[in-house]
Design a protein around this ligand. Structure first.
Ligand SMILES: Cc1cc2nc3c(=O)[nH]c(=O)nc-3n(C[C@H](O)[C@H](O)[C@H](O)COP(=O)(O)OP(=O)(O)OC[C@H]3O[C@@H](n4cnc5c(N)ncnc54)[C@H](O)[C@@H]3O)c2cc1C
Length: 604
C-alpha cells in the first residue's frame, strides 16, 4: 500500500551509506564494536538486546543487497569499499556514491516485483492507509483511500505491518520527502499502539541553510562529506560580518583566523563527532554571532585541504610534480568528484556556488525521528498482530542516531527480523480462514474515515493546509527544536492546542473528496501532526534530562554539553492514547544495561 509508487519512498533520498560490521578495512571493527558505538551514540537510551541483534545481522544485509544487485562502491582490487561516518573511529559504511538509498530501494523494489509477477504480492499504488481495523483486539485489516478517485476501501489481513517512515515533516521544513508523514503510525496509536519517545528527533548538522519563508523543503548534504570536509567559522566576529556583507571571501581568510571549532572542542573525533554534538556546536557558534551567511545561520564545510591532500597523493602516485599547486588542485578535485560528485553538483544547482572553489555553507536541519511506534523485541506494537518496522518504529537508536544506521536498522527489520517474528505470531492463526470485511468493525472504521473526510471537505474556512502546517512547524522548531526549556515547551503545548482548534474552524479545502485532491490528503496528515506535535512537546517537557538530540537547557554541564540523568530517566517513554494528547498516559520501559556500562558520552 503506497500513496505514490514504492520507488518514491523517502528511502530513495538516502545518500551516504549503510553500516555493517564486516571489518573489511581491518581496522578493528566487530559486532561488539558496532553494538557499543550504537548504544553510546544513542546516549544510552536504546534497548541493549535490540542493538546487539542489529549489529549481528548487519553483515548479512550487505550480502543480501549484493545478491539483489545493489552496486556498492568497490575499491581498486574489486572488493567492497568503505568510508567513515560520525561517532565512530572505524570505516564500516558501505555506499553507492551519494545514492545509496536509491540503489538499495531499487534492489528491494526489483525483488518485490518478482513476487508480484509470481502472484505472491498484490500492490496498491496511490492508496493511503487511513485507519486500522481491530477485531477481538487483534489487528485484522485497514481502511484505505484511493488517492486518484477518492474511493474508501476495506482490506482484511491476519497481521498488519506499518512501514510508513518517520515524522520529521512535523517541523514543516525538513530533509524528508514531502510525502513523509505520521498518519499511519498515528492511526494505530489512536487504536491502542503506544508511541515511544516522540521528542527524540535528529537535527542533522550538514544541510543547505534556510533561505527564506517561501521554502517548503530542505536539502541534506550527506554526512559522508564530513570525512573530508572541515567545518569552520571565522575566529573574529568582524570577519564573519565582513563575509556576510560580501566584503571578504572565505577563501581569502588566513588559516590562523579560522576556528575549526569541532577539531578544537573534540580533538579525538574532530569533524566526525555524532550529529547531535555537531549540530549544537554549529548553533552555539551562530547564536554567538559567528554565522557566515545573510541570516547568520550558517557555517562553512571546506574541502580545500582535502583537495590538496588527495592531489599530492595522486601526483606522487603518478610521479608528477607535487609542488605544482595548480596541477595538485586539479588532481585533488578529480578525487573529490569521484567520491562526492553528485552531492557537489546538487549543492551548486541549489546555491549557485562552486563548492570545489569556495567552501559550502551548511546549517543543521530536521532529518530523522528516533521516536516512533513502540515495539517489543519481535517488532510487534501493543496491538496484537500489528507490527511496525523501519523509521516508523521507535527503533534502536536511542536519543541520537549514528549516520548510516537508519538503512541498516530498516533493512534488518525487514529482511532479518520480521520474517521470523511475524511467522511466530501467525502460527497461532494458522487455522483462521480468510477474514471477512463485512463485519461491524470494518463498517465502523470505514464510517469514521468517511466522517473525517466529510468534515474537512465541507468546512467553509478561509485558510489553506499549508498555512497551518507552516505555523505548526515554526512552533515546533522555535520551542521544541535544537534546545528546549520548560517555559517554551509549556507555551508550545498551549499554542498547538489553539492552532488545532483554529484548524478545525478555519481550514479550507478546494475540490471534492471523490477525485484526486492533494490538499485533502495533506489536511488529513496535518491534522495528525497537530496532535503528535502536542505529545512531542509533552514528552520533551516530561524528560527533564538532556540526552542525545534532546537538549534541555536546564540540564547541561559547565561546557554546555548535554547532562544525562541516568538515575531518573533510563527508560523509554511509551505513551498510551486517551483521546486528547493532553490526557496521554506515560508508561516507562526500564532500560537495563548488562553488557555495556553507562558512561558519560565523550568525543574529546
Ligand atoms: C535526505 C536523507 C538522507 C539520508 N541518508 C541516509 C543514509 O545515507 N544512510 C542511512 O542509514 N539513513 C539515511 N537517511 C535515513 C533513512 O533514509 C530513512 O530513515 C529510511 O530511508 C526510512 O525508511 P523507511 O522504509 O522506514 O521509510 P520510507 O522510506 O519513508 O518509506 C515509507 C513508505 O510508507 C509510505 N507511507 C507513508 N504513509 C503512508 C500511509 N498512510 N499509507 C500508505 N503508505 C504510507 C510512503 O509513501 C513510503 O513509501 C537519510 C534520510 C534523509 C532525510
Amino acid at each position: 500500500m503506497f500513496p505514490g509508487s514504492p520507488r518514491r519512498a523517502h528511502s530513495i533520498a538516502a545518500q551516504g551509506g549503510i553500516n555493517a560490521a564486516k571489518n573489511y578495512q581491518g581496522d578493528g571493527d566487530s559486532v561488539h564494536r558496532l553494538f557499543y558505538d550504537t548504544v553510546k551514540g544513542g546516549d544510552y537510551r536504546s534497548r541493549e538486546a535490540n542493538v546487539y541483534r542489529l549489529a549481528e545481522v548487519s553483515a548479512n544485509i550487505i550480502d543480501q543487497c549484493v545478491a539483489q544487485g545493489v552496486p556498492f562502491a568497490r575499491d581498486y582490487g574489486g572488493l567492497l569499499d568503505n568510508r567513515s561516518f560520525g561517532g565512530v573511529l572505524v570505516s564500516r559504511t558501505f555506499y553507492a556514491k551519494g545514492q545509496t538509498g536509491q540503489q538499495l530501494l531499487l534492489g528491494a523494489y526489483s525483488a518485490m516485483n518478482r513476487q508480484i509477477a509470481r502472484g505472491k504480492i498484490q500492490m496498491f499504488n496511490r492508496h493511503e492507509m487511513m485507519d486500522l481495523v481491530k477485531v477481538d483486539g487483534k489487528a485484522r485489516g485497514i481502511i484505505t483511500r484511493n488517492l486518484i478517485n477518492g474511493n474508501i476501501e476495506r482490506h482484511s489481513a491476519h497481521a498488519v505491518v506499518i512501514a510508513s517512515g518517520g515524522y520529521g515533516n512535523l517541523f514543516y521544513l525538513s530533509t524528508n520527502a514531502m510525502g513523509s508523514n505520521v498518519s499511519a503510525s498515528w492511526k494505530i496509536h489512536k487504536k491502542g499502539a503506544y508511541f515511544a519517545n516522540p521528542c527524540f528527533t535528529q537535527i542533522h548538522p550538514t544541510c543547505i541553510p534556510v533561505s527564506g519563508d517561501h521554502q517548503s523543503k530542505l536539502t541534506l548534504m550527506s554526512e559522508s562529506l564530513r570525512n573530508d570536509g572541515r567545518i569552520w567559522v571565522p575566529k573574529l566576529k568582524s570577519d564573519s560580518i565582513a563575509i556576510r556583507e560580501g566584503r571578504l571571501k572565505p577563501v581569502d581568510l588566513d588559516e590562523d583566523k579560522r576556528d575549526y571549532y569541532l577539531e578544537r572542542r573534540y580533538p579525538a573525533f574532530g569533524n566526525l563527532v555524532p550529529r547531535d554534538v555537531a549540530s549544537r556546536a554549529a548553533k552555539e557558534r551562530c547564536d554567538s554571532g559567528f554565522g557566515i551567511n545573510k541570516t547568520g545561520e550558517a557555517v562553512f564545510l571546506d574541502f580545500a585541504s582535502a583537495i590538496i591532500r588527495y592531489g599530492k597523493e595522486k601526483a606522487h602516485l603518478k610521479g608528477l610534480d607535487e609542488d605544482n599547486l595548480s596541477l595538485v588542485k586539479d588532481l585533488g578535485k578529480e578525487v573529490i568528484k569521484s567520491k562526492y560528485g553528485n552531492l557537489f553538483q546538487m549543492y551548486e544547482k541549489i546555491v549557485d556556488q562552486n563548492p570545489y572553489e569556495t567552501p559550502m555553507m551548511i546549517y543543521p536541519a530536521v532529518h530523522y525521528t528516533m521516536g516512533g511506534v513502540w515495539v517489543d523485541y519481535n517488532l510487534m506494537t501493543t496491538i496484537p498482530g500489528c507490527f511496525a518496522v523501519g523509521e516508523a518504529n521507535f527503533s534502536d537508536h536511542g536519543a541520537n542516531r549514528l549516520g548510516a544506521s537508519a538503512l541498516m536498522q530498516g533493512l534488518a527489520d525487514g529482511y532479518f527480523v520480521l520474517p521470523y517474528t511475524i511467522g511466530d505470531y501467525l502460527a497461532d492463526d494458522i487455522r483462521t480462514g480468510s477474514i471477512s470485511t463485512e463485519s461491524k468493525e470494518f463498517e465502523e472504521a470505514e464510517k469514521s474515515v468517511k466522517n473525517k473526510i466529510e468534515l474537512l471537505v465541507n468546512n467553509k474556512g478561509t485558510k489553506s493546509v499549508d498555512y497551518f502546517h507552516k505555523k505548526l512547524g515554526k512552533i515546533i522548531w522555535n520551542k521544541c527544536g535544537m534546545s528546549r526549556n520548560a517555559k517554551e515547551l509549556n507555551e508550545a503545548i498551549e499554542e498547538i492546542q489553539m492552532l488545532r482548534e483554529d484548524f478545525y474552524k478555519n481550514i479550507s479545502i478546494p475540490g471534492s473528496e471523490n477525485s484526486f485532491n492533494e490538499p485533502l490528503a495533506k489536511a488529513v496528515r496535518v491534522s495528525d501532526f497537530l496532535e503528535l506535535g502536542e505529545l512531542f512537546a509533552k514528552d520533551a517537557l516530561e524528560r527533564t534530562e538532556s540526552c542525545g538530540g534532546h537538549f534541555r537547557e536546564e540540564s547541561q554541564t559547565k561546557e554546555g554539553e548535554a547532562l544525562r540523568d541516568d538515575e531518573n530517566f533510563t527508560f523509554v517513554s511509551a505513551w498510551e492514547n486517551k483521546g486528547e494528547p493532553s490526557n496521554a498516559i506515560l508508561h516507562k520501559e526500564e532500560l537495563i544495561y548488562e553488557n555495556i556500562e553507562l558512561k558519560t558520552r565523550s568525543y574529546k
